[in-house]
Design a protein around this ligand. Structure first.
Ligand code: NAD
Length: 484
């Protein structure tokens, strides 16, 4: 059984909190024990991160930091199979996904932000002064300090490094609080950090849950200078309240109830291929996933039937078997939540085109399985159409006009992402402009250029990360005004 320890000042240490079990979602069996950090451990981690700002890390030039970040990427790749196995055992996700997305992109984040910091510029303004000699303004990019990084469980390494890499590139130090469901890759990364020579205290990890535990201890810690969080909107609100003390900045990547809009001129094969992934990839546990689909009436039946066929085409099983295409959801608790929505859909009179229950999975019966599910026939105000379920399910509703589709898609407190399927370029532009989201995809989904702004509007978040936008959050700009 693996024991997951906290990483504090370069050491792997047991925490003073209550240890808890780590489960393999595929079978439900206990595969590890997580050593939870108590308040004193979080204090020690934040203290180590603060001290490291004044040590060799704080004195490094940008090229020196960049060289180390590239070594971190290489270090992950050198231990690719270990990271892959750790991620699979934490999440139950199939190797086919984790080996193509989670681990390679987790490593790539360090190279992407190494490139970014090398090429980032700041603005300069030359100004006139009454004496005719003028003045020159330029902005200096300085690290914010100690950054708290609080992460979810759905793409553990990828989403954690998406924040850790730019934070370190900018010269900060970090204390990471991985999800209690997925402690493994954050801990393993501590070994890589030590091995490649990242100075002690720069990368710290504290384990535990949120309220009254490591998450809250960290985000309410007065010596943390900024908080970056990905997770549920409700948690984001709690973190924002914690950050208000001491006026600390937050970057919040939160929940969604993302719509897909399919117009009758769409390329149907490509649309169904894209929507199949948007609705069911990673067992629907992708913040950008589609749980509401609006389809123009003329092609409604064909899209609904096509998507139901995609839903029925998945193969459950051992995630280490390359033939497996869908894993379980993360936990028994999350499965209960997803299935409660399956019940509500049935009770509300939904037509179930595919799924709707729990699949038979030979040899893995105690795992947290749910069927990919497609419904039609519910009203826009049904809980299944309004709430983020975070499971492999979608509801499809017909529409007649572009205005109607936009009104339905925008009728949500969330505003993370949408996908628009049409071959009419002018319409694609119009709808992208009118849709209230941070990310609008046209004829694609989850196509990510990491230099672009990433984040949500409305209740889906505050701020943008990615490219220069990450650097804006992880640095403090200081204007220098020189009188000439
Ligand atoms: P969650 O909010 O339950 O937990 C996320 C993290 O916050 C965990 O590490 C948890 O321990 C911690 N936490 C919980 N309560 C806390 C508190 N009071 N103070 C400090 N920390 C606390 O989210 P989850 O269930 O792990 O992840 C799923 C959610 O994440 C979904 O809502 C999904 O949409 C969202 N998500 C958003 C994005 C995005 O980029 N917008 C990406 C992935 C996931």
């Amino acid at each position: 059984m693996t024991r997951f320890l906290n990483v504090i000042d370069g050491e792997f240490v047991a925490g003073s909190g209550d240890a808890f079990a780590n489960h393999f979602p595929t079978t439900g069996e206990v595969i590890g024990e997580v050593s939870a950090a108590g308040r004193a451990d979080v204090d020690a981690a934040v203290g180590a991160a603060r001290a490291a700002l004044k040590g060799p890390w704080g004195r490094m030039s940008v090229p020196e930091r960049v060289a180390l970040l590239r070594k971190v990427a290489d270090g992950i790749n050198a231990r690719f199979d270990e990271f892959l196995a750790a991620e699979i055992r934490d999440t139950g996700k199939p190797r086919s996904i984790a080996s193509h997305i989670d681990i390679p992109r987790g490593a790539a984040n360090f190279n992407v932000f190494a490139d970014q910091i090398l090429t980032a510029s700041t603005e300069t303004f030359e100004m006139a002064t009454p004496d005719g000699r003028g003045a020159l303004n330029y902005a200096l990019r300085t690290p914010r300090g100690v950054i708290a990084v609080v992460c979810p469980w759905n793409l553990p390494l990828l989403l954690m490094t998406w924040k850790v890499a730019p934070a370190l590139a900018c010269g900060n130090t970090v204390v990471v609080k991985p999800s209690e469901e997925t402690p493994a890759t954050a801990t393993l990364l501590g070994e890589v950090m030590n091995a490649v020579g990242i100075p002690r205290g720069v990368y710290n990890v504290v384990h535990g849950t949120g309220p009254g535990a490591a998450g809250e201890f960290l985000t309410s810690h007065p010596d943390v200078d900024g908080i970056t969080f990905t997770g549920e909107t409700r948690t984001g609100e709690a973190i924002m309240r914690a950050a208000a003390h001491g006026v600390r900045p937050v970057s919040l990547e939160l929940g969604g109830k993302n719509a897909g809009i399919v117009f009758d001129d769409a390329d149907l094969d490509a649309t169904l291929e894209g929507l199949g992934r948007a609705c069911f990839a990673n067992t629907g546990q992708v913040c950008l996933g589609t749980e509401r689909l609006y389809v123009q009436r003329g092609i409604f039946e064909r899209v609904a039937a096509g998507l139901a066929e995609k839903a029925r085409g998945y193969r459950f099983g051992d995630p280490f078997d390359d033939a497996t295409t869908m894993g379980p959801v993360i936990s028994a608790e999350h499965r209960a939540k997803v299935l409660s929505y399956y019940d509500r859909a049935r009770a509300a009179g939904a037509t179930i085109l595919a799924g709707g229950g729990v699949p038979e999975v030979g040899g893995h019966g105690a795992g947290y399985w749910v069927e990919p599910t497609v419904w039609t026939g519910l009203a826009q105000d049904a809980a299944v159409v309004r709430d983020e379920i975070f499971g492999p399910c979608t509801h499809i509703m017909p529409f007649d006009t572009e205005e109607e589709a936009l009104a339905l898609a925008n009728d949500t407190p969330y505003g993370l992402a949408t996908s628009i399927w049409t071959t009419d370029l002018a319409r694609a532009h119009r709808v992208s402009k009118a849709i209230e989201v941070g990310i609008a995809w046209v004829n694609c989904w989850f196509l990510r250029d990491l230099r672009t702004p990433f984040g949500g509007s409305k209740a889906s978040g505050i701020g943008r990360e990615g490219g220069i936008h990450s650097l804006e959050f992880y640095t403090e700009l200081r204007n220098v005004c020189i009188k000439l």
